[in-house]
Design a protein around this ligand. Structure first.
Ligand code: 5AD
Ligand code: SF4
Length: 440
């Protein structure tokens, strides 16, 4: 049997796309190889949001080229966002690549790799721009599933390459989404994460109907029997309208966790980023969320060193991070991406300044998240058990509704919902012990 291996970079959307890539390849009769060295078909599902994943990909492709010199039958396929961004250059740069395709082309991957022949002539980029709604799927997790609600993004954030590579926003039909959630529930899935580049603008491009607004979609998913937890990522602060907040507050299954990308706390920089909200509006929204959804955990994304960012701008970011009190934050050093508006801006910030700001930001984030997590010590949290702890196999690992990882003593099985008494905390994880009675 021919075997494939998929290496995935980037965000949850890409991880989910890889589940479809694997499903497509399995529908062609290929089996999964657990390491690259055992595979006849190597797929790289790439990311290009920052420079780092590009560099990592180059190293992997160097190894693939060496293998291909030994074994010319090896198929090398490069998909995802980097492939799309580099579609005109990828075969020049990596002439040994057989198939290249963008994120919108996964439905056709099967045709292209069919049994070693190529439906796309070697060296030609495979394109097909449709919504890949239902495809064979190789699910990575038994009790949690991703459900794509939209593809693409209509925002024009000056730093971001995603709109260029993933195209205009297209919402998936609500009945298809709910059917997929129902199918996952029948399969034993307890937790679904709705995925979109900008989930809370979902539905605006749909024809008028019963469910065309993200809050209504949350309610429709909440009504599905067997789904205990609903998450969604990523929302955009500008699209957090009242019905969405009400739906999070009122739906039992929708978790008390909102990822609310901040990017910068300086209104001046937010404007340069074309983020369409100000520091004040962001703070007001965080307040509204905390008031409407008691106990909500807020996560965020922050970029340091955007072109023109002064020490005062950066301090404004630290102040907002401090004031909101995020339970988690992804922190990024600004990375210029060719083709974006910000890459061409004057006043690019020196690397040492970016790094120094990053250190201060991480310190502020850790201080805040550590304090908030320590505030949970003594409480009892509902935890979805995922498996053994990554650091200590004698412990179990799971996540709270607020999306914090907990390592705990207990005897429950993956997929169970249990109560865990919290005994300790760091800035990223909790520790505890399971209460004897399982909830479900
Ligand atoms: N440089 C650094 N961070 C970026 N992000 C997006 N583009 C860039 C860039 N060019 C970050 C944003 C976004 C997250 C997914 O990645 O914070 O929310
Ligand atoms: Fe995800 Fe963006 Fe990376 Fe594409 S470029 S994989 S959308 S993070």
């Amino acid at each position: 049997m021919r075997r494939y291996h998929v290496t995935t970079f980037g965000c949850q959307m890409n991880t989910h796309d890889s589940e479809r890539i694997k499903g497509m390849l399995e529908s062609l009769g290929l089996g999964e190889a657990h390491v690259q060295a055992d595979a006849d078909v190597l797929v790289f599902n790439t990311c290009t949001i920052r420079e780092k994943p590009d560099t990592r990909l180059a190293a992997y492709l160097g190894d693939a080229a060496a293998r291909k010199r030994q074994d010319p039958e090896l198929v090398v396929a490069v998909g995802g966002c980097y492939a799309e961004a580099q579609r005109d250059r990828i075969f020049e740069r990596y002439p040994f690549v057989d198939v290249a395709f963008g994120p919108g082309s996964i439905p056709h991957l099967g045709d292209w790799i069919r049994a070693g022949g190529y439906a796309v002539p070697r060296g030609k980029f495979g394109t097909h721009e449709t919504f890949a709604a239902t495809l064979p799927m190789h699910r990575e997790r038994r009790f949690s599933g991703w459900v794509q609600v939209s593809m693409g993004c209509n925002s024009k954030c000056a730093y971001c390459i995603v709109p260029a590579v993933r195209g205009r926003e297209q919402s998936r039909a609500p009945d298809e989404i709910v059917e997929e959630v129902e199918a996952l529930a029948r399969d034993g899935v307890k937790e679904v994460t709705l995925l979109g580049q900008n989930v809370n603008s979902w539905g605006r491009d749909l024809a008028p109907g019963l469910v065309t607004e993200f809050g209504e979609l949350l309610r429709a998913c909440d009504a599905v029997d067997g789904i205990e937890r609903i998450r969604f990522t990523s929302p955009h602060p500008k699209d957090f309208r009242a019905p969405v907040i009400a739906a999070i507050a009122e739906c039992d299954a929708v978790c008390e966790h909102v990822h609310l990308p901040l990017q910068s706390g300086s209104t001046r920089i937010l404007k340069a980023m074309r983020c369409t909200y100000s520091q004040e509006r962001y703070l007001a929204l965080a307040d509204r969320l905390r008031t409407a959804i008691p106990d909500v955990a807020l996560g965020t994304d922050v970029i340091v060193g955007f072109p023109g960012e002064t020490e005062d701008d950066f301090r404004a970011t630290l102040e907002v991070v401090d004031a909101v009190g995020f339970e988690s934050a992804f922190t990024f050093v600004y990375s210029p991406r060719a083709g974006t508006e910000a890459a061409a801006m004057p006043d690019q910030i020196a690397e040492d300044v970016k790094r120094e700001r990053m250190e201060r930001l991480v310190e502020t984030v850790q201080k805040g998240a550590g304090a908030r997590n320590r505030g949970r010590v003594g409480s009892t949290e509902e935890v979805l058990v995922e498996g053994p702890s990554r650091t200590d196999p004698a412990l179990l690992r799971g996540r709270t509704r607020r999306n914090t990882t907990v390592n705990f003593r207990g005897s429950s099985a993956p997929g169970q919902l249990v109560h865990v008494v919290i005994e300790g905390a760091t800035s990223t994880t909790l520790r505890g012990r399971e209460q004897v009675m399982a909830l479900v």
